[in-house]
Design a protein around this ligand. Structure first.
Ligand code: SF4
Length: 172
């Protein structure tokens, strides 16, 4: 079952040209120095929303919203992501995904269920581990980039420039 740390009920900015709800998945293994959602990093959150409540909300919004975007934290860390996406598709929604590419093998599983994906590349690959504080993060991000590009799914890649990037923690 998907662990949800927050829900944006209406967004015009998170899926190109569509009105969307944004499901903020709980949990992220990386520790970027500039993270704007530190409350979503722990595996369990203090204000989690049961997935059945999110699903019920989405059922009530059919015809009013176009898309559901799975965002973070990091959605690909959750084994229940594909199942949740299938339920959202069954309700008639487009499915969006925001990811930093942390778990490439889960991307393989979910990309066939996704209509649009935005991948955040957290730093130049040579500095990636310093910024994310996670050993091996550059390799994972490169694998995920390649998977997204090979999938043919509509995609965007977001980056942060070196000048904008504050110092991250040293890799563990
Ligand atoms: S990958 Fe995203 S959610 Fe995770 S620490 Fe970095 S900025 Fe925060």
């Amino acid at each position: 079952m998907l662990r949800v740390g927050g829900l944006t009920r209406l967004s015009a900015n998170d899926y190109p040209g569509k009105l969307a709800a944004v499901v903020h998945c709980q949990g992220c293994a990386w520790r970027c120095g500039y993270c704007h959602n530190p409350h979503l990093r722990p595996a369990r959150g203090s204000h989690e929303i049961p997935w059945r409540d999110v699903r019920a909300f989405l059922a009530r919004r059919r015809g009013l919203l176009d898309a559901v975007v799975f965002s973070g934290g990091e959605p690909t860390q959750q084994p229940g992501l594909a199942s949740a996406m299938r339920e959202v598709r069954a309700l008639g929604y487009l499915v969006g995904l925001h990811t930093a590419g942390i778990v490439p093998r889960r991307l393989v599983e979910v990309l066939p269920l996704v209509d649009w994906v935005a991948m955040d590349v957290k730093a130049p690959f040579g500095e990636h581990e310093r910024v994310t504080g996670a050993r091996g993060s550059a390799r994972r991000a490169q694998m995920s980039r390649d998977l997204v590009l090979a999938s043919g799914v509509a995609s965007e890649f977001h980056t942060i420039s070196r000048a904008d990037s504050p110092p991250g923690r040293a890799p563990a």
